[in-house]
Design a binder for this molecule. Structure first.
Ligand SMILES: [Zn+2]
Length: 158
């Protein structure tokens, strides 16, 4: 990352103070090559670390486009909501479904096909961006995730 950091031209941040906070504006470069102007706070070492971190992530637009592409390839239904909500929800859904698939993969053999069929119903049922956004915390935990899938699909343990 160090070499990458040095290779890129980052405009030297013009420091200024608001109250006791030192801030500086930088033009940063994302992993995808796009740039953005950002305001960074804190000590110079902290700001440099943040600048380096931007090199490791894609810009929000590329991230949204990539998520939409993945969702499309997987055949997930289009989500309803504002473009901003949909862009965000696509990313949450992709991660959540991938986590659920991980869970299916480690499940006992006799449960696998049932779990996978629930996945399809779940994804088909939850087509609002707000569902994924509202549940984004729970969707990162396997134990909560399975509860949400069961709730969404009306699954009752017999
Ligand atoms: Zn980009």
């Amino acid at each position: 990352m160090q070499s990458n950091y040095n290779k890129h031209k980052t405009t030297p941040g013009q420091e200024y103070k608001i109250g006791t906070r030192i801030m500086a504006k930088y033009t940063i470069t994302y992993k995808c090559g796009h740039t953005a102007e950002v305001q960074l706070y804190g000590k110079e070492s902290e700001r440099k670390r943040k600048i380096k971190w931007y090199y490791t992530i894609n810009c929000p637009e590329c991230e949204a486009r990539e998520a939409a592409k993945v969702a499309d390839e997987k055949g997930y239904p289009e989500l309803t909501g504002t473009p901003k909500q949909v862009a965000w929800a696509n990313q949450i859904r992709n991660k959540a479904v991938a986590l659920y698939e991980e869970l299916c993969a480690t499940a006992p053999e006799q449960n696998k096909s049932l779990l996978l069929s629930l996945k399809d119903r779940w994804v088909a049922n939850e087509v609002t961006a707000s569902y994924w956004i509202d549940n984004r915390e729970e969707l990162t935990y396997k134990s909560e995730l399975i509860k949400l899938v069961q709730k969404s699909t009306n699954f009752k343990k017999s």
